[in-house]
Design a protein around this ligand. Sequence first.
Ligand SMILES: [Zn+2]
Ligand SMILES: [Zn+2]
Length: 309
Amino acid sequence: MAGLDATGVITGEELTLQRDSSERDENSTSPLVGNAGSSPAGQLKVAVLATSSAGNSTFVSDGTTRLLIDAGLSLLDTTTRLKAIGEDVDEIDAVLLTHPHIDHCAGLPTLIRRWRRGGRLVPVYCSYSTWMDMGNVIPVHHWFREINQSSRWEVGKIQCESFAVEHDTGEPLGFAVQVGKVRAAFALDLGVLGGDLADYIADSDLVLLEANHDPDMLRAGPYAYKLKERILKTHLSNEAACAWISEHMTHRTQYLLLGHLSLSTNDPELVRLMARRELDRLKLGAMLEVIEPGAASGPWVLTSPCPSR
Ligand SMILES: [Zn+2]
Ligand SMILES: [Zn+2]
């Protein structure tokens, strides 16, 4: 298959998934894209449907192709939240999965059942390790598209890239997507963020970054010692997120979304104050959005060269 190496891993070559246009004509019930309209070159619509340990899912579209990054919400929540931004769950073209923790893939079985009933094959891109760990969540193997920690491929005209993050699963991934010159990066569930990866995600118009916990609140919090140690190693603290702002963020980033906040060991207002202080100190003009657990955010419409909501 074009774009796959001998082991079936998608490589730097391109793999293009073309939508069946006749299917769109017959089944489409919503406009091409909510407020993104019919998209000119280099436009991305991004909406975080939710981000926290209770469920993570982000919608990305160039106006023609629609992706979900993670599927941690129920079918009902996914459907309802997509509808609220003018999108239809039955028009999702592919799912990109970061890792097999339940808050990132809980909704996948019911989504797959729904799409199968509708006669649609919606490929799920994830690492082999994630696929194996999920057991029967992706029951039909030809829905599975294997990627690794440095894959590049295309879904429609959206260029997708995966990158390695440190987390406590086999081969966890972060993702970046790009159309024309517009780029968005998504980095949740990662223990550390530095070096090349920090610069790699910084080269983006929109960044969704984890700000999981306040270390003092975590230490004083109700969790068992072992769980506290695990969280410290596998989730990014407010301080680490702010260190990324101060050491790596550039003027390119127009939208900084901070997510995966812990309900019990973080405070959205504290995150907002800390991040705002760094942005102001460095005179970075990005719009800051701290996404509270359970809340949706966006849609944000990224255009080149002038972003607008
Ligand atoms: Zn998570
Ligand atoms: Zn996780």
